[in-house]
Design a protein around this ligand. Structure first.
Ligand code: EPU
Length: 431
């Protein structure tokens, strides 16, 4: 099991490029199952989660080729509609193949993901949504067994209890190959949903309203292939901004989409960072120059669906607040168990108390390096941030969580002056 050894206390300086977004890329890869043509996807990040989904797509019988950051998928050869437990348990987002398989092949059998470190994360809204399009769903032996009606899925009205990113993407994909029109109410408004809608429209679907809470999808009998460059990862970009903030650094984070990051930029300005946004030579993108203050100021924060402050940045923001002047109240409103980093941060000297979904963070004058354990993807990132700002050496264990969603974060941070080494051990088990 790999671990990171981090020598804290350096001020980060320099420029860093943002990679392609994991959470935008995953549904786009799943959408390639909706067509028999060859789909070309570029700016694909090198991440374990992306590798897991590509393995699943191959396992279904599609051909997948990968060269650098480019992936080509051709689903013509699909000969299985089953996503087994051994793949789904590695990554919950595997459930995203359910809608495309069901819409394209009339049947899908996908293992139920089960709980995960950050919460129960049920998939009930995915299933109710597909039922509203006419699917029959049977839950048996730990699997979702879904069958489309004779003649295929048909458009319907789907009303979500809460805006779920994955369920919105699932229904958009299935409805794109259904007959008639589907309306999704209380849809998620996250940029990743908009990016998927853009791809599905390129395939020939007719989707309007993505980015608002009501989405309309006019299904088509057949969809064609697409070419897509994955947009920048707003959570990786936010994590790099947090790295500048916590080390009193001066970092230019290159090629992000600033309009997707308003709440994060506002929050980091509030705690004392100087942030300047300027245009990139790449269309629609920006560079952000971040200067962290000598000492951050405490500020309250609550996570909420887009355009609110993202839950995926909560742990990293909390790491910053452990070293701020004053007390911050941090409220987690999306997942019920997303404070797994708290006790590890406390082991590094942070003063944090937890009250249900509220963490009260009293800023301390310094953190001290310690051996700590990563528990989920974003928790791992928060420990890396705390460690680069701490006095002395930290060891971060179980960083396979980090590799699921950050493209070699330590290389990017080291290029900015951090001192992070990776100890690779192939002998021990991952789980
Ligand atoms: N929920 C249900 N039933 C459902 C679906 C969701 O109760 O059928 C609940 C969840 O348990 C949660 C809330 O609804 O409490 C929102 O979950 P959502 O469905 O929006 O999350 P997701 O689609 O499973 C994606 C990201 C997560 C990110 C969330 C929220 C991907 C692959 N994952 O998950 O990313 O935290 O949206 O923005 O897009 C990460 O990258 O670290 C990560 C966890």
């Amino acid at each position: 099991m790999d671990k990171l050894i981090i020598e804290g206390g350096t001020k980060l300086q320099g420029e860093v490029e943002v990679s392609g977004s994991k959470n935008a890329c995953l549904p786009v890869l799943a959408a390639s199952l909706l067509t028999a043509g060859e789909c070309q996807i570029s700016h694909v990040p090198q991440l374990d989660d992306i590798g897991t989904l590509l393995d699943l797509i191959k396992h279904l019988g599609a051909s997948v080729s990968r060269e650098g950051d480019r992936v080509a998928i051709n689903a013509t050869g699909i000969n299985s509609v089953e996503a087994t437990y051994d793949i789904v348990r590695k990554m919950r987002a595997s459930i995203l193949v359910l809608g495309p398989l069901l819409a394209g092949f009339g049947r899908a059998r996908v293992s139920l993901p089960g709980g995960c470190a950050i919460g129960a994360r049920p998939v009930d809204m995915h299933l109710k949504g597909l039922e509203a399009l006419g699917a029959t769903i049977i839950l048996e032996h730990g699997y979702v067994d879904a069958t489309a009606p004779q003649g295929g899925l048909r458009g319907g009205k789907v009303v979500f209890d809460m805006p779920s990113v994955g369920a919105t993407e699932q229904i958009m994909m299935a409805a794109s190959l259904a007959s008639g029109t589907t309306t999704i109410e209380n849809a998620a408004r996250e940029p990743e949903v908009e990016e998927l809608a853009h791809v599905l429209n390129q395939m020939g679907a007719s989707i309007s309203g993505a980015g608002t809470n009501v989405i309309q999808i006019e299904g088509k009998d057949i969809l064609g292939p697409f070419e897509h460059r994955v947009g920048p990862d707003r959570i990786e970009a936010g994590t790099l901004i947090a790295a500048a903030a916590i080390t009193n650094g001066l970092v230019r984070v290159r090629n992000l989409r600033a309009e997707h990051m308003e709440s994060v930029l506002t929050q980091f300005r509030k705690v004392g960072c100087e942030i300047h946004v300027d245009a990139s030579e790449m269309r629609d993108l920006s560079h952000v120059l971040v200067e962290g203050p000598q000492r951050l100021r405490a500020s309250d924060m609550r996570t909420s669906p887009f355009p609110g402050f993202p839950t995926d940045m909560q742990a990293q923001f909390m790491a910053c607040m452990t070293l701020a002047d004053g007390t911050s109240h941090i409220e987690e409103n999306i997942f019920e168990n997303r404070f797994m980093h708290v006790l590890e941060l406390v082991r590094m000297g942070a003063d944090i108390s937890m009250h249900a979904n509220l963490a009260v963070v009293k800023g301390v004058s310094k953190l001290s390096g310690a051996p700590v354990m990563a528990t989920d993807l974003r928790a791992s990132a928060s420990l890396v941030l705390a460690a680069i700002a701490a006095e002395g050496t930290s060891e971060i264990l179980r960083i396979y969580h980090l590799d699921r969603g950050y493209e070699r974060l330590e290389n990017k941070l080291n290029a900015l002056g951090a001192k992070i080494g990776r100890v690779t051990s192939s002998s021990s088990q991952k789980h």
